[in-house]
Each structure stands twice: as C-alpha cells, then as structure tokens.
Write a protein that binds this ligand. Structure first.
Ligand code: UD1
Length: 366
C-alpha cells in the first residue's frame, strides 16, 4: 500500500492556472481548520510574470504568496518547458512531497508533472481528460502528456471521463468532481468591479462586446489577425468592442491602425474582466476558460476556433464554435443581433463546490 497523501506541492504557472488553484488552496485551509494534517507548498513557475498577467490574480483571488517562484517565464516552447523542469527538479529535491498537483493545460502543467513522475512522486491533474483533438495546439500536447503519467484524475465532465477510460485509465483513478474555475467565478461574482474603461467609454449593459485573442493559430500571422479584426468590426453594428490585449497579441499588433470602435486595452484583472463579460452583449474569444465563464453567466459566446476541448459549453452553455475562417464571423454575429441565441443550462457539478471534493478525495486516497 502506498503512503497516505499529506504533503502536496501545488503548481501555478500561467494566468488560467490562478483561478483554478485559488479554490484548492482555500479548501486545504478549510480542511486544516477542521483538524486535518494536510500541508501544501505553492510553487509559481513564473511562466507568466507581469503584474497584470499574474500578480493581480494573487491579490484578488486571495492566493497566498507562493513559497517559491521558479522565474522560468519567456522563451520558446522548449526553452520554457526545459527551464521549468530544471528548476522544479531542484525544488522537489529540496522540498520533497507526497503528491504534485497540477491544473489545466499550460506548459507548467506538463513540465512539472513529468519532473515529479520521474522522481517517483505521484501526480494529480485537475481538469484531466479533456481533448480538442487538435494536436497542433501546445495545450493539447500538454493535456495528453500530463494525463499519460497522472495518478489521480480530477475531471469536469462525463466526456472527459470517457476519454480517460478509452485510454485505459481504470475508474477508481477517475474522480468526476466538476469545475474549479466555476468555484472561483461563483465566489467572486459579488466582488466584480468596473474597470476604468467602463466609465471612460461610457459603457452600459448589453451595449458593447468583449474580445480576446491569443492562440498562435489566430495571432501569430498578421494577415489572419487583421482579417478577423476587420470582420468583427464590420459585423458588430455600432457597438464598442473592448479588447484586452494579451502580450503575445500585443507584439503582433504593434503599429497597426485599427478602427476607432476597437478599443485595445491592457489585460484586465480577474474581477474587472468578468465585470465586463457579465454585462456584455456577447464575448468573442479563442480562450477555453472564457467559454466556461460566459456559459455560467449566460452571456453569448462566439469562439474563434475550429474545435474545443470543452464541448459542454456548446451543448449546454452559450458557446458556439465559429471557426478560424474570418468569413464565418458575420453570419454568427447577424444571428446574435437578430436576437437568436441559445440560453445557458446548468452543467453537472459546475456548482462552486469542486475544490472541497478534490481535497476530500485526496485525503481519502492511499
Ligand atoms: C499561455 C498558455 C495558454 C493560456 C495563455 C493565457 C501554454 C502552452 N499556453 O499562452 O494555454 O491560455 O497562457 O494567457 O502554456 N508574456 C509577457 N508577460 C507575461 C507572460 C507572457 O509578456 O506575464 C509574453 C511571453 O514572454 C511570450 C508571450 O507573452 O512572449 C506568450 O507567453 P507564453 O507563456 O509563452 O504563452 P501564452 O501565449 O501566454
């Protein structure tokens, strides 16, 4: 029999990790206050390092200061992954643990799970089993590799469970717990606050759209990016478009002159971004997490991707896959402006109580 899990190393690396790790830490604190001897160490890999991409999330989501920051941000995919692995190996040697818990699908997720497993440390993956089927995405490679060596799988949907079963994972290692991102969303919803742009542009409910783009397939080629932006501007009547620009996209957009209705601003903090989403007429995005948040808040969502690893946002939520062909955008926006959009339904176990289920399962596992 393996040792009971009591010392956990938690990994947070890039922006979409922070809202997933916050409720897990809070659930650990709850377990500790009820007398559990569970302990954790929080490792920030430094994949995202700017205040606007990282620091503000720690403050707003009440994530404690990380015990260590590996400062392994920047560089190519291989450089970043290698740097995280080199530094995390040293960290684990100095601070051994019973379990490394990773969330999501970013480079930090994969790099830390491989490092841990090679040191014979068990790995838990939160948001395991989801697949886009598109191996050209770095995130899909990260998902597949992480799940290939994970011990404890925490899943968001029955489809994720099926994907794992099909790859030979036995049922007793799959824990269908729901979506930690929604724990954070529901907890923080009363705290959402208007960003400066709300006043500056005189925005009002349902009278503007939110746009985010950062996937390499959409932003790494100027012609694709420009065509998408042109189509969006042309098909959104006279509504202001608020576009918090990811650093990757910003590099591409430098010097580009855009329509005055397209308001490019710096990335927003969690509470400010979701304030805008909650009140928007619609969100246009290529992110995965935003499709989940928009679905729960019942805001129409148009995804500029050809596939999704989160199909429940389409079958039950408010999301529609528009694709990456810029010509596809107008017909969907016409539908939105004609008032024909679906209403979001409940998604099983996306109820705000996922993190306590995860900690409960970890404490019971051996
Ligand atoms: C990463 C994740 C993606 C996630 C996205 C959210 C991977 C493979 N991708 O993509 O899944 O949706 O984060 O933001 O892990 N940069 C800054 N400041 C920062 C962070 C990054 O300027 O705080 C720059 C980097 O130096 C790099 C670019 O932005 O040039 C991209 O960052 P990187 O971490 O490589 O990947 P993302 O595109 O952000």
């Amino acid at each position: 029999m393996t040792k009971k899990i009591r010392k956990i190393t938690l990994i947070a690396g890039a922006r979409p990790n922070f809202m997933k790790i916050a409720p897990i830490i809070h659930a650990i604190h709850d377990a500790q206050s009820k007398g559990s001897d569970i302990a954790y160490r929080l490792v920030h890999t430094g994949q995202h390092y700017d205040k606007i991409m990282s620091g503000s999330f720690f403050e707003q989501l009440e994530i404690p200061e990380p015990h260590v920051n590996l400062e392994a941000g920047g560089g190519t995919q291989a450089e970043q992954t290698a740097n995280i692995m080199l530094r995390f190996e040293k960290e684990l040697l100095a601070n051994p643990c019973d379990l490394v818990l990773v969330v999501g699908d970013v480079n930090s997720t994969m790099a830390c799970s491989i490092t841990a497993k090679k040191m014979n440390i068990r790995v838990a993956h939160v948001e395991a089993g989801i697949r886009s089927g598109d191996i050209s995405m770095p995130e899909e490679i990260n998902r597949m590799l992480t799940d290939a060596i994970t011990d404890l799988f925490f899943t968001t949907s029955e489809l994720a469970n099926d994907n794992l079963r099909q790859s030979g994972i036995p049922d007793h290692r799959i824990h269908f717990v729901g979506n930690v991102m929604i724990d954070t969303l529901l907890k923080q919803r009363p705290n959402f606050k208007a960003p400066a742009v709300w006043k500056d542009l005189n925005l009002s409910k349902k009278n503007y759209m939110v746009l985010t783009l950062h996937r390499p397939a959409n932003v790494d080629q100027m012609s694709q990016l420009k065509e998408m932006l042109d189509q969006i501007v042309e098909s959104t009547e006279n509504l202001p478009l608020v576009f918090p620009v990811h650093p990757r996209t910003a590099k591409m957009l430098e010097g580009l002159i855009c329509d005055p209705r397209l308001h490019m601003i710096e990335p927003l903090s969690y509470l400010e971004f979701n304030y805008l989403v909650e009140r928007a007429k619609a969100v246009i995005t290529d992110s995965g997490g935003i499709t989940e948040e928009a679905s729960i808040m019942n805001v129409p969502c148009l995804t500029l991707r050809d596939n999704t690893e989160r199909p429940e946002t389409i079958t039950l939520g408010t999301n529609i896959l528009v694709g990456t062909n810029p010509e596809n955008i107008k017909p969907y926006l016409d539908k939105l402006f004609a008032g024909h959009w679906k209403t979001g339904q409940d998604i099983p176990l996306w109820d705000g109580k996922t993190a306590p289920r995860i900690i409960d399962a970890i404490l019971k596992s051996s």
